[in-house]
Design a protein around this ligand. Sequence first.
Ligand SMILES: Cc1cc2nc3c(=O)[nH]c(=O)nc-3n(C[C@H](O)[C@H](O)[C@H](O)COP(=O)(O)OP(=O)(O)OC[C@H]3O[C@@H](n4cnc5c(N)ncnc54)[C@H](O)[C@@H]3O)c2cc1C
Length: 404
Amino acid sequence: MTNALIIGGGIAGTVTAIALRKAGINAAVYEAYPTEDTDTGAFLLVSANGMEALRTIGAHRPVLDNSFPAGRSDFISNTGKRLGGRPMAGSEEGALGARTIKRATLGRVLREEAERRGVRVQHGKRLLAAQTGPDGRVVASFADGGRAQGDLLVGADGIHSLIRRTIEAAAPRPRFTGQHTVCGYARDAASPPDPDTYAMIYGKRAFFGCTTAPDGEVWWFANTPGTELSKDELAATTPEQWREQLAALFAEDNTPAADIIRASGESIVATNAYDIASTPTWSDETMVLVGDAVHACAPNAAQGASLAIEDGVVLAKCLRDLRSPRPAFAAYERLRRERVERAVATSAGLVRRTAPGPVGRALRDAMLPRKLDRAGTDGATDWLTGYRIDWDEPVPGEVARARR
Ligand SMILES: Cc1cc2nc3c(=O)[nH]c(=O)nc-3n(C[C@H](O)[C@H](O)[C@H](O)COP(=O)(O)OP(=O)(O)OC[C@H]3O[C@@H](n4cnc5c(N)ncnc54)[C@H](O)[C@@H]3O)c2cc1C
């Protein structure tokens, strides 16, 4: 039986492991974090396409059980005017829809699901190097002195991927998008959005989004323009400082954003937002990239996790049907590249529209309602959230041979 080494136990790594097991391929996951507790406090949206991709490998149930639904988004301008709304899920019967979940919870339930299916997930395994031996097998060396050998290696090691640079030394580095993303939680907020709804607020100087959890707590995020912060600067900025800075950014708007931020507790987390528009080389003879390691998306389109899930499922199908790594990796890239690069570009476009000047705001407020109306029941971004994978449909060999 084929043995796959998976580097990185995040979303892409665990889903790839689950999907490979379903395809009859052995998988072991090596995660750098020393413990299972990696709670950074952030939450994310698993979009409808991500949930349906999980369903194809029967891994949607634990996510459903530990998340709450996100049925629609309502767009509001800085003046408080409602610009329109859009459903976040497809209208097909039985659709799972989009779900909001803490990032750490998603990581935990996917890891448990992988382990339940016989995948060994090892922590404290920081990869230092990977190379292909003369016998065509790949060897991974870890910081703890350990080594592992496999028939192939999946680089699911996130945005700063070592495997990306191992496959191609000149591979692109992540690009700072000019934006910070901050997440927080507010109890007893004055104007919580309706349950099942994201209020998406175009502030004059930054973007704010929030939804209400089943216990009434408001979960919010803000995308704010700024310069790249060092690790030390991020660590040194206290929740109180973020609260003040953000409340000031939204203070002159006629929206609930500033009040919700002021009502937040100590759990406020901030990060620089990065993306990777295009990675020229996705694989070599034994190694292949999935998730943020190959196509990181700015958070604005809320697609990074869902695309990572799709990658894992499609890669497993390709390995199931084409068997040897080279043609399987070629088919996987062929099936994925155009879609993920378009998604990254779409998200980068949303970054540019975060805080336009007065003319841009006026145009947006005039155009967006028409666009939202036109979107109909499936949303204007149907190509993104309406994407479905058929697990049973074979991947023909021609896909690997087709030219890009
Ligand atoms: C603030 C923020 C908000 C976001 N919101 C959303 C959202 O709403 N919806 C959405 O879909 N996406 C969102 N995203 C994006 C999403 O979180 C990522 O796209 C997703 O986590 C990618 O999964 P991944 O497994 O590829 O990478 P990661 O989740 O980063 O996992 C990579 C793993 O590899 C491990 N690793 C790294 N190097 C090594 C090594 N050398 N050896 C061993 N292990 C290693 C890391 O420790 C990590 O566990 C958001 C991102 C941010 C920053």
